[in-house]
Design a protein around this ligand. Structure first.
Ligand code: NAD
Length: 411
């Protein structure tokens, strides 16, 4: 199958697993999910029409702890994407030292086409029909198409079913219903901490330039934080296209412009560029923070940046990575650069379990400590094994998971 994300994940498993010297049984077991649930949700719409929605939940591997993460509501959801995302979450948790396994789920639906009441009924039905759930089994979080609002409904439905409060059973909830502070900004903030460390390690000078693809939760957060540190932001884009300014953009004014107009386009004193041009912009750091597979063998040679921070999941294809490596471009891989959200989700569960809620300063301090530890471990392995940071991050994760599988007697 072409561009199958699960195939990409398996390729990385084989490459990193080989360098790590993983035993064949570990590779075999990690080549497939532990459990797959596929079910239908029949629903009567507001207008009386009868519809059936297809839902999935994949428990990829839980050797390190309970299954945790994301619920995606998109029209083109397929099982292999859910499997790949579940595998990536398994790796991300292990990279960042979170004692959790990885999972992913979702419904094949365009949530924009549902009324508020239809969406709520669908979310509640998804939770009711999930065969295994709860703080020690499977903790669903948000992803594309879901939000703090859907997570509050998920929690409420779960608590109605079990008959007691259980805030650790669902992640990405609003702070008002026992969520955590800092969850919306966690991924961008974590990527910012990693960027600052990489800039220091690579001895890049202050005031260097950045270009960012995507100005959503991840892109906007990291851009703002780097801008406040004195980085020159020369280009930004969103789904409608990008803007460029050689002199640098005023990010606080841009945030206001986007709040007013919805998009970065037509920001005063900038040149309009395409998303393709953004990736080839003259800049020191490129931050793809929108969608997957944007840096390919077609444009990798034209990338001018010397450092790429993968805010998005899977923005660089395998072929592109080889070209970038030959051109001595450093890539901070997604499983490391964007694991801040996963880290703060684990903090959310800890707060729910202990019924103790932290202030934002505590959340960010703990996030920084944990993500920089993961960064350090990854760079040390990369140096020792003379391999890429992506291989190194996966190797460290695979070794942790395979040791746990061995200790449990699975392999
Ligand atoms: P978001 O929906 O808040 O923002 C996405 C941004 O990308 C928007 O500005 C949108 O206009 C733009 N965009 C969408 N499609 C595009 C395209 N084809 N070309 C260019 N720009 C496009 O999403 P987010 O939460 O900021 O997530 C961004 C990426 O980071 C995704 O790949 C997501 O999977 C990944 N990620 C997010 C988190 C998180 O906690 N939010 C965690 C890990 C990884």
């Amino acid at each position: 199958m072409k561009n199958d994300p699960f195939e990409t994940a398996l390729n990385t498993l084989l490459t990193a697993g080989k360098i790590a010297g993983l035993e064949p049984n570990a590779i075999k077991l990690l080549s497939q999910p532990k459990r797959i649930f596929e079910f239908t949700i029949p629903m009567k719409m507001d207008n009386g029409e009868f519809k059936i929605f297809n839902a999935f939940r994949v428990h990829y591997n839980d050797a390190l702890g309970e299954i945790k993460d994301g619920t995606r509501f998109v029209l083109n959801l397929d099982l292999n994407t859910v499997k790949a995302l579940g595998f990536w979450m398994t790796i991300k948790h292990a990279v960042s030292g979170i004692p959790a396994g990885g999972g992913k789920g979702g419904i094949r639906v365009d949530p924009e086409k549902l009324s508020e009441w239809e969406l709520e009924r669908l979310v509640r039905a998804f939770i009711r029909k999930l065969p295994m759930k709860g703080a020690w089994v499977d903790v669903p979080g948000a992803d594309i198409g879901t939000s703090a609002k859907t997570q509050a409904w998920m929690l409420d439905e779960y608590e109605e079913i079990v008959g007691f409060h259980s805030p650790a059973a669902v992640n990405d909830k609003p702070a008002e219903v026992n969520g955590t502070l800092g969850s919306m900004e966690a991924t961008g903030t974590g990527a910012f901490f990693v960027t600052m460390e990489a800039v220091r390690d690579l001895e890049l000078p202050k005031g260097i330039s950045i270009a960012v693809q995507g100005f959503g939760d991840v892109g906007r957060t990291i851009t703002r934080l780097l801008y406040n540190e004195g980085f020159k932001v020369v280009a930004i884009s969103d789904i409608k296209g990008g803007i460029y300014s050689k002199e640098g953009l005023n990010i606080e004014k841009l945030v206001k412009h986007v709040e007013d107009t919805g998009f970065v386009a037509n920001f005063p004193e900038t040149v309009a560029i395409t998303n393709e041009e953004l990736l080839e912009t003259n800049c020191d750091i490129l931050i793809p923070a929108a969608v997957q597979s944007v840096i390919t063998d077609k444009n990798a040679d034209k990338v001018k940046a010397k450092l790429i921070i993968e805010g998005a999941n899977g923005p660089t294809t395998t072929k592109a990575e080889k070209i970038l490596e030959d051109n001595e471009v450093t890539i901070i891989p997604d499983v490391l650069a964007n694991c801040g959200g996963a880290i703060v989700c684990s903090f959310e569960r800890t707060q729910g379990l202990t019924d103790t809620y932290w202030d934002l300063e505590t959340v960010n301090k703990k996030l920084k400590k944990r993500i920089l530890k993961a960064y350090k471990e990854t760079t040390v392995t990369a140096k020792e094994k003379n391999t890429s940071l992506r291989n190194a991050a996966w190797m460290n994760a695979l070794i942790k998971i395979s040791k746990a599988m061995k200790a449990r007697g699975w392999i």
